[in-house]
Design a protein around this ligand. Sequence first.
Ligand SMILES: NC(=O)c1ccc[n+]([C@@H]2O[C@H](COP(=O)([O-])OP(=O)(O)OC[C@H]3O[C@@H](n4cnc5c(N)ncnc54)[C@H](O)[C@@H]3O)[C@@H](O)[C@H]2O)c1
Length: 462
Amino acid sequence: MKSLVSLSAHSALPPRSGQLAAAGTLAGIALPHVHAAGSDQVNVALIGCGGRGGGAASNAMNQSGPPRLVAMADVFEHRLKTSYDTLKRKHKDQVDVTDDRKFIGFDAYKGAMDCLKKGDVAIFTTPLAFRWVHFKYAIEKGLNVFMEKPLTADGPTSRRMLALAAEASKKNLKVGVGLKSRHSRALQELHKRIQDGEIGDITMLRGYRMQGPIGSAFSTKWPGQPGELMWQISRFHSFLWASGGGFSDFCIHHVDHLCWMKNAWPVKAQAVGARTYRTSPDGAPYVDQNFDSYAVEYTFADGAKMYMNGRNMLGAEPVYCSFAHGTKGMAIVSKQGDCGRPSSTYRSQNPANESLLWKSKEAKDGPDDPFLNEWAALMDAIRNDKPFNEAASGVYASAVTSMGRYAAHTGQEVTFDEFLNHEHEYAPGADKFTFDSPAPVQADPDGKYPAPQPGIKTKREY
Ligand SMILES: NC(=O)c1ccc[n+]([C@@H]2O[C@H](COP(=O)([O-])OP(=O)(O)OC[C@H]3O[C@@H](n4cnc5c(N)ncnc54)[C@H](O)[C@@H]3O)[C@@H](O)[C@H]2O)c1
């Protein structure tokens, strides 16, 4: 693999929250003033009207101002309608989406963003395959963005998104990414404590997202309708091109916040992974591209390790939490879930009460909803013209997670440089898809999609 982008250029944490924008200022680039403090009405457009899209739009409308939802886009009319009805019930006065501002199709994103003015916010909550397409258009139009994780699944789109992230900063656009752990008050305080040396130098990190089958990770054969592309989109966790698969979609929060605690991204990964069960409980063959178990060992430049275990298996023990270990003690990072309170630190390697150093306050002591906090940070940056761009960091978190999945799927150790500079693009031409386009992966005569074969397919995931 050719080294087009070297990790050495990015080996520390990439600039977060607008340092790139600050660099733009220093370079003498004129930065447009976006919104006078507290004055202008901010409008938002929702692109991808599913579960998280409805949540993100609602989080936006719960901010002070308050922002209004003025346009919606989806590839499925029924998804847009359900989302509109729910949001209208909840936020009657702030949802102002007339029928001519509801757009259906693969170019619907353009219609929705065309309804916004400079300084408004476009929300991207489709599966990740379309992030770069939508982000590129938002930057052209000078729009701020909130986009959900993950941002990329492969090397070529990761490089493209890093370039777009830099472009957004040059234009002083504000960009939020749904890696919500970074906006949990408990994790923010833990991060500070770890940086201040409370548990010493970080030598090991551990994340566990082990649960039953969730989302659309496991699929039985395409039933013949809707069209194959549309069916794959509606079952996006099953397909690496659409989502990065279950490992990327489900484990990225832990990978991201553990790297944040360490203040570094890993330089390489090796992994084991397998699919134990290949039929549904009623015996129908599964045809998707996922394994049901992943155990990834990441290595940082200083030799420290990060272990990320992912499992989707009925009946196996559920574990959903994360830990950091240092030379002077340990921390519970997420007690339960993606970033669930309380976080805590200990002077030993066991989380025993007698060695407790600090425990974050319980939720009753004040609201700590990272979904709301991340919007508060974005809106504050917009209204007060503060530098804020989480896109590059979001790409790194996405690529690091994908590097672990890639290591499991190929059975090879892979460096970050190799992953980032790999030439296999999983959804080429995603900007030109139409309802009739062929799906990016095609089934064999048995209806099965190309699955990873570690040790046999070693240069590509499938
Ligand atoms: N931050 C979090 O904790 C969190 C939680 C859930 C989901 N997510 C992320 O949000 C994204 C969406 O997940 P979801 O659970 O809402 O899925 P979903 O299937 O409920 O919603 C996705 C929507 O996007 C639409 N869509 C697909 N392709 C489109 C395109 N090209 N243009 C316009 N619309 C398109 C779909 O029809 C669907 O309505 C995923 O990336 C997921 O990882 C993040």
